[in-house]
Design a protein. Sequence first.
Length: 305
Amino acid sequence: MSRGIYITANDKVIEQAIALMKSIRMYDSETPVVLIPYDDNYQKIASILTESYGVEIYQDLEFIDRLSNQLYQIFGEGFFARPNQFRKQACWFGPFEKFIYIDTDIVVFDKIIETTNYLDESDFICYDYQHKGGITNVFTPKIFADGVLEESDIQDLFNGGFWGARKNLISEETLYETFSECAAHPEYFDFSQKTSDQPIINYMILKKIPRRFNIVRRPGGAPGSWAGSKHFQVTGERQIVDPNVNQPLEYLHWAGIRIKPGCPYWEIWKYYRYLDEPMPDDESLQPKTKSNLWQTIKKIVGERF
């Protein structure tokens, strides 16, 4: 296949995966989407996505397990809080010649596969302002002080939730070699907030792929994408504009933000999740907390006695 989209998900993120796929299919009914299971608990979400949105399951599940386990073991047992994040590296070896990877805590506002057009002139693309926030959650200053990377490389830092590339640009051996390099020098990477793959994958792209392009640097600029940005202007149920460049967003990413009533741009996410479904009230969508559970138990007990 010439181009397509990869996502990862399991049964714990069913709601987010549905919202993402509804937004993708709203603007694009044809582009193939492949699910890389986040773990073995994915049967329910796989059934929903395949039946309702034409999503396919990554064919070689044994390869995904082997790849992610070997990458995890390079750093040693227990080093990473979320080792299954490495499973997305199967993107390099899947069916698409050109692809984008999208996290499930994202909704899109356009035919997002068109971003792969930038791969005509580049080998790797990203689309965010991660670099504006400095090197937190990616590197420590020591990696620049020791000359491993140049200060100018900071402008190419990216968020691991949305990126695109060409198939086989990174080999399996390159992945193992890169992880080994990083494991030998953990002092170069910022794992303080329990991030897993983002520091290592940024390092790999910076060191191995010179023809890379961040879409926000296109002529005329490009909009942001992080839901933590407060300056975006919502102009409709599914329209949101970045006034800094006077352009509509192409996607919105709730990275590091729990998607629930009251979160930033909640109405946008809710619109896509319940597209073509009855719209529930926010109270019914509030996450169940331990205190709420205890209150329910007390109420039941009180009613009985």
